[in-house]
Each structure stands twice: as C-alpha cells, then as structure tokens.
Write a protein that binds this ligand. Structure first.
Ligand code: NAP
Length: 455
C-alpha cells in the first residue's frame, strides 16, 4: 500500500512537491487539494497577463497531474469543506502549499482610504481571480502611485499603461480591460523608499519598461549611482550594474508619440495618504540610505494621485490548527517541518520571494523530509510502517461525498480549460471563466469528467 500525502494548494509549490514525491523511490499516492476549481495558483492569478511565456511552466505541472499517483480535488477548501486535523487523520503526511495571497497592510495614516489597493487584490482583479472580480477599482484619475520597487510593482505599472493592442494577445478579462483602457491614467509613479541599488527589480522586467508602445519610463539621473555597491558580492554587483545601465538608458529614449509616463521615484517614503474618503495625494518623505536602511530626511512633499496600489509584498492566509507567525506572515516552521506529519512549502513557508522555479528545490527538500520522517516513524520501511499507513484518497472521497462537496477532478478542470480556450478571441490564449458558478455550469452535463472517483 502506498504512502498517502495530501498537498493543500495546487499552485507551483504544491505541484513541485507532488512531482518530487512522484520521483521518489518510495510509493506515494498524492492528492492536491485546491480551494478553487482551477489549478496553478500564482501562475493563473499572479503572473501578469502579458507574461504568457512565464505561464507556460504550467505544462510541466500538467504532466505531474496526468500521473495516476496524483489526484486533484478542486473546489475543496480546507477550513470550510474539511478541517486540517481531519485531513491529517486521513493521510500519512500533509503539506501546506497555500502561497501568500493576502495583502500586506499599508500601515500609514490614510492607508485605508477608498482608492488604496493592495497588490494581491489588484493583481487578482486584473487576472480574473473569483475573490477579486468585484473589486471595481476607481481609476478615473490621471495619476496613480504604486508603492514598492519589486517586480509586482513593475507588473502593475505595465498593465496600467499598456495599450489595448499590447494586451490583445493576453488573457486580461474583458471587465478589467474595459476599466483599464478607458481610464485617463497618464502618470504612474513607482515609489521606492530606498534607491536603485536596493530595488528588487529583475533586469528583464526593468528593460521591458523601455519597450512600451505608448509610455516612456522616466528616472532622475541624479538618483542613479555611478556603480554598484562596493560591499555587495560579485553576483549582486553584476545584477546591480545591469539595472543601473537600464535606468540610465531610459534618458536616451524617444518621447515622441508617447502619451503616458512611468516615473521611477527613488528615495521617497510614503508617510500619509491624503484626501477625504477618497485618495487625493500621497505624502512622501525624502530619504537617504544608511547601512541599507531608508532614513527619513524630514523633508516631505505631496504627490497628487487618485489611486494608490501598495505593492509591498504579501502574506499567507492563517488556517485553523496551523501555527502562524503574524510578523512574517508565514506558517511557523523549522526548515519546512510544522508538526509530526505536517509540512509547509513555498511562499507560505519562506514568504513571497524568488521566482517560480525557486519553489522547486524547496519542494524537493520537503519531499526528502517526508521520506525521512516516514522511515523514522515506521522504524524503516518494513512491515511496521505499512501497518501504520492511512487510507488517503478513498477516505477523502467518502468524506467529501458524505458532505455533499462538489469537488472537481483534473479531468473536470480540463473541461473548464477547453471551454476557456474555445471562448477565446483569435490570438488570445484563453478567455478565463471568472465566477465559480460559471465554471460549475460548464461542467454540468459534461459527463463523468468533473468527478471521477478512484474506485
Ligand atoms: P518584493 O520583491 O519583496 O518587493 C517589495 C517592495 O516593497 C520592495 O521594494 C520593498 O522595499 C517595498 N516595501 C515593503 N514594505 C514597504 C513599505 N512599508 N513602504 C514602502 N515600501 C515598502 O515583492 P513583490 O514585488 O511583491 O514580488 C514578490 C516576489 O515575486 C518577488 O520575488 C518577485 O521577484 C517575484 N515576482 C517575479 C516576477 C517576474 O519574474 N516577472 C513578477 C512578479 C513577481 P524594501 O526593499 O525597502 O523593503
């Protein structure tokens, strides 16, 4: 009898964990349990719609999901449909792979005004996440401030200024395109509390800002240092030098025919969101960097803007029964171990850092922990261990059926995906179904695919 492992969350870290277990010399039966009907998490809802090539990594997850050893239970929310403790009772090991989907709060006066959006919510809105479909951001403004100097801030800036033609081959939902492309936004301000050397932009993404059809990136040359930080290591210096070159190159771009601007505003710390109920301006304090930290100079100025997006990082969602480190926004763990038979992987473990592939070694480490811990628990993989094995998948199916949970298999997802591809206009990869009810409606009458029991 195989060992049973439940993975909560079918995003990159969940799939990489399933893949690592699948490649193990041990026999595992692995079930991915996903709150939404659709798999792939961050690939579908985080990666920008105009970065379709990045989304292609999902093809490798597809291969994982096609393996008989791997099950998929979409539309099953742990904490609502089944408790974490219940799941632990059914599986030999449970891996929490829930990512970091919640906004970090902008803790400055006025940070809760209408017109201030967190990046997870805003990105989820333009990426068709069912939870954020109804955000209806008010972009009836010429000026938007984005707080943060990471790749998410760049993604949001790009999506705000790209033309309909530039987005035509993406899966930007119609409702988001209608708001974005009718908005009078002319100036997008990228606010960094530190300088170019401390920014988190990766160079490929920064260079993209120079290739926008109707938008010019602007940076004050006086804010761009001559060279990389002397105390940085060689690799870091190389990356910094590239970004400095790119920022300098912006000055040579041709402004002709460009109606929009993205302003890189380094050394500015947001101190207050101004306005009545609605954002009217962002008060910024000029800073200098000392020992790597932003230090306020006391000099402030007000940047008029009608919307603010805080792209300052995200945090994991606490789950009942799971120890949680509120300050870091991650599941409390020691090298990915949470408790006996309970593990955490990916952004819920480390916080939102690195690229998608960074989750792979992380997942391999967790798979190795699981193998080692099961061996220990069983005194080796002999008869004793096999006696201890839990039922896993059939028991989960029984429990969900008893509760009337409308769970969706991977074949069910493929039916949804086919409907999305079919509905797409020429050149678009897919037209996403947004509401869960719409997805379930597609499955009605689709035969046995939506739910294929293992027995
Ligand atoms: P990030 O890279 O950690 O950047 C967060 C930014 O917010 C930093 O510039 C940070 O400044 C700033 N910040 C944090 N708290 C702040 C505050 N209270 N006030 C002002 N600024 C504040 O996070 P991210 O942009 O959300 O990206 C998350 C991860 O996804 C990253 O690893 C990123 O590379 C990855 N990603 C990759 C791509 C891609 O490859 N195309 C696209 C999107 C995201 P300090 O540095 O001063 O703290």
């Amino acid at each position: 009898m195989p060992f049973s492992v439940a993975i909560i969350g079918a995003g990159p870290s969940g799939f990489y964990t399933a893949e690592a277990l699948r490649r193990s010399s041990l026999d595992f039966r692995i079930d991915l349990i996903e709150g939404l009907p659709t798999p792939f998490g961050l690939i579908r809802f985080g990666v920008a719609p105009d970065h379709q090539s990045t989304k292609r990594v999902a093809r490798s997850y597809e291969r994982t999901a096609q393996d008989e050893a791997v099950g998929y239970f979409g539309n099953v929310e742990v904490g609502r449909d089944i408790g974490l403790e219940e799941l632990r009772g059914l599986y030999d090991a449970v891996v929490v792979a829930i990512g970091a989907p919640l906004d970090r709060e902008l803790k400055i006066p006025g940070g809760d005004k209408a017109g201030v959006y967190g990046s997870a919510t805003f990105v989820g809105w333009y990426n068709g996440h069912p939870d954020h479909r109804d955000l209806a951001p008010d972009l009836n403004t010429e000026s938007v401030a984005i707080i943060g100097n990471g790749n998410v801030a760049l993604d949001i800036a790009r999506v705000l200024v790209k033309t309909p033609a530039e987005m035509a081959t993406t899966d930007l939902p119609d409702y988001a395109g209608a708001v974005l492309h009718s908005a009078p936004v002319r100036d997008v301000h990228l606010i960094g509390r530190r300088g170019p050397l401390e920014s988190k932009f990766t160079n490929v993404e920064l260079r993209e800002m120079a290739r926008l059809e109707d938008c010019l990136p602007l940076v004050d040359p006086g804010q761009v240092p001559d060279g990389p930080a002397a105390d940085a290591d060689e690799r870091e210096q190389r990356l910094q030098a590239k970004n400095l070159d790119t920022l300098r190159s912006f000055a040579g771009l041709d402004a002709a025919g460009k109606s929009k601007r993205v302003h890189f505003r380094f050394f500015n710390r947001p101190v207050e969101v101004l306005g009545g109920n609605q954002v009217e301006a962002l008060r910024l304090e000029k800073t200098r960097v000392e020992d790597g930290h932003a230090v306020g100079t006391g000099e402030t100025f007000d940047l008029p803007c009608g919307a603010v997006v805080a792209a300052i990082g995200t945090k994991a969602q606490p789950l009942e029964g799971l120890p949680f480190d509120q300050s870091k926004g991650v599941v409390t763990n020691r090298h990915g171990r949470v408790d006996r038979g309970l593990y955490v992987v990916g952004w819920a473990r480390r916080g939102p850092t690195g690229v998608i592939g960074t989750n792979k070694p992380d997942a391999e480490e967790i798979a190795a922990h699981i193998e080692a811990d099961l061996a220990d628990a069983g005194g080796g993989f002999g008869a004793k261990a096999s006696l201890a094995r839990k039922t896993g998948r059939p028991a989960l199916e029984d429990l969900l059926d008893q509760r009337g949970v409308n769970w969706i298999s991977y074949d069910g997802w493929k039916v949804i995906e086919a409907a999305e591809v079919e509905a797409a206009e020429p050149g678009m990869p897919r037209k996403k179904l947004i509401r869960i009810a719409e997805m379930l409606a597609v499955l009605d009458g689709a035969g046995p695919a939506p739910r294929q029991r293992s027995d």
